[in-house]
Design a binder for this molecule. Structure first.
Ligand SMILES: Cc1cc2nc3c(=O)[nH]c(=O)nc-3n(C[C@H](O)[C@H](O)[C@H](O)COP(=O)(O)OP(=O)(O)OC[C@H]3O[C@@H](n4cnc5c(N)ncnc54)[C@H](O)[C@@H]3O)c2cc1C
Length: 473
């Protein structure tokens, strides 16, 4: 995707000078500039785009991040923060003249406080590692992106990430208490704390989902929750996507909030069942995974109500998991869904629009129509309960025409999401993928106000500058 003319001598000299200064600040193995070793960093989850950076640094603590930021500020060098690089919107995509700050070495959990229900964690701690650290005492960290084995809490803050269980527990923003942030000029600020809410402006809210554009997060205080008494998942099969979509609307409209309410269509069901062996209904056109939690009596009561709603709304079969192993297989299939689709298509683009659940049936039908007119297959796997769509548009990156078509198709879906009262992104962020569509969602005045916020934090636009905002207008 990226055409790279050979850099001029002046550029090479400047690069060498920056790398030499970085080496003076950090341990030898914490500065990477050899082309082969830069390879793993040149792309992220949006793998159709690639760009080797100037260098990668791997600081070990806040003080080292401060030192790097001071240097980059003084020298006018751009900086791209990076967690695990699983962003599906190209949020961690490097720039040729930028230093990538990789956070993976800042992966300690210095404090867990069960009495006050919080944990203090480094930005490089993986999402799953937080729950693993507290599960022995019956606690968990609620937001659970499907990438949770790999993605890091700093990246989750960067993207305000969600997951299957965020329907009940909220996304990252709803589960954060405090942040330590290194600003563009190397100053350190602490936002929030171990307490609920904070005086003054909601900085925590502003930083969450800011895609590495306002500061580098070097410590995160997350809320941890007591786990439920138990949970059970149910599968409901349908003869058409639209019917399953209307059923989601009926469940949510009834006032029931399951802990998770996920959608899969036929291509997704088949791809996931092939590796998870979860007992997904292979004869269905669409399927819902509905999970409830609480005491056995609470689970039974909720499942009975949901079963009635499903039957009244066209379900062709229902199956309640009867054991923890069966529930685990159901979630293994769902959480591995993107990888499973990777097995049936050389490449895919994952869209992330959000719509009101009352528009699900209509929007799913229109995505089906678009799939026919673009001649590209789609697999729909998404967080249906909060209307967060993930159409995976399958294409072949070796065929440039196929990528262009997939991008147009994706833009049409996201524009439709905005038209029906939704938005461009539910959890994956804007990145490079959706930056040119921001004008569909926001007026010129609104975009200008947002740029002013960026400028107030980062006057020289050094922090991850090529993301979020359209390059023109
Ligand atoms: C298979 C798969 C499934 C996925 N499922 C989900 C899902 O269910 N829900 C969901 O929300 N997302 C999902 N994602 C997307 C992705 O995993 C999330 O966006 C995740 O939060 C990114 O974390 P990361 O550590 O990989 O961050 P990166 O991709 O490295 O970075 C993400 C953004 O955060 C910024 N950033 C990273 N670290 C810091 C820091 N310390 N300080 C400041 N900015 C920082 C980066 O600059 C970038 O803009 C999925 C991705 C894949 C590949």
């Amino acid at each position: 995707m990226i055409i790279q003319p050979a850099p001029k001598q002046g550029v090479l000299d400047r690069r060498a000078a920056i790398v030499a200064q970085l080496r003076a600040l950090l341990a030898d193995d914490a500065v990477i500039d050899q082309p082969l070793l830069l390879k793993p960093y040149e792309t992220d989850g949006l793998s159709a785009y690639r760009q080797p950076p100037l260098a990668v640094v791997l600081p070990a603590d806040t003080a080292e991040v401060v030192a790097v930021m001071r240097l980059c500020h003084r020298e006018g060098v751009r900086v791209v923060p990076r967690g695990a690089g699983t962003s599906l919107s190209g949020g961690a995509l490097p720039m040729a003249d930028a230093v990538v700050i990789g956070m993976m070495r800042m992966n300690s959990i210095p404090d867990i406080n069960y009495a006050d229900r919080y944990a203090v964690v480094g930005p490089g701690v993986t999402n799953i590692a937080i729950t693993e650290a507290v599960s022995g005492r019956g606690f968990f960290y609620a937001p659970d992106p499907s990438s949770q084995l790999a993605c890091m809490i700093g990246g989750n803050v960067g993207m305000n990430s969600g997951g299957a269980h965020c329907l009940k527990y909220g996304v990252t923003a709803n589960n954060l208490l405090g942040l330590t942030v290194v600003m563009a000029d190397g100053e350190v600020v602490k936002l929030g704390g171990t307490h609920l809410d904070a005086a003054g402006y909601d900085w925590l809210g502003l930083l969450t989902g800011s895609e590495g554009q306002l500061g580098i997060v070097t410590e995160v205080i997350v809320r941890i929750l007591r786990g439920p008494e138990g949970a059970r998942a149910m599968l409901a099969a349908f003869a058409a996507n639209e019917v399953a979509g209307a059923c989601v609307d009926a469940i949510i409209g009834s006032g029931i909030i399951p802990v998770a309410l996920e959608f899969m269509d036929r291509p997704a069901i088949h791809a996931c069942e092939a590796f998870a062996h979860a007992g997904y209904p292979l004869d269905a056109e669409a399927m819902l995974i509905i999970e409830v939690e609480g005491s056995v009596a609470e689970q039974d009561a909720l499942l009975a109500r949901i079963r009635d709603i499903c039957m009244a709304n066209g379900a062709t079969s229902l199956k309640v998991s009867s054991s923890a192993a069966e529930s685990a297989a159901i979630w293994k299939g769902r959480k591995g869904a993107f990888g499973a689709v990777g097995r049936i298509s050389p490449d895919y683009l994952c869209m992330d629009g959000t719509i009101p659940t009352s528009r699900l049936a209509d929007v799913l039908r229109r995505i089906g129509d678009m799939s026919t007119s673009y001649g590209l297959q789609v697999a729909n796997i998404f967080h249906a309960g909060d209307g967060n769509l993930h159409p995976l548009i399958m294409f072949d990156a070796n065929d440039p025409e196929s990528l262009t078509k997939a991008e147009r198709f994706g833009a049409e879906i996201l524009t439709l999401c905005v038209e029906v009262g939704g938005c461009l992104t539910g959890e994956h962020g804007v990145g490079v993928e959706k930056r040119d569509l921001m004008g569909v969602q926001f007026s010129a005045v609104e975009l200008d106000q947002q740029r002013r916020i960026k400028t107030a934090f980062d006057p020289d636009w050094l922090l991850n500058p090529a993301k979020v905002f359209p390059l023109t207008a």
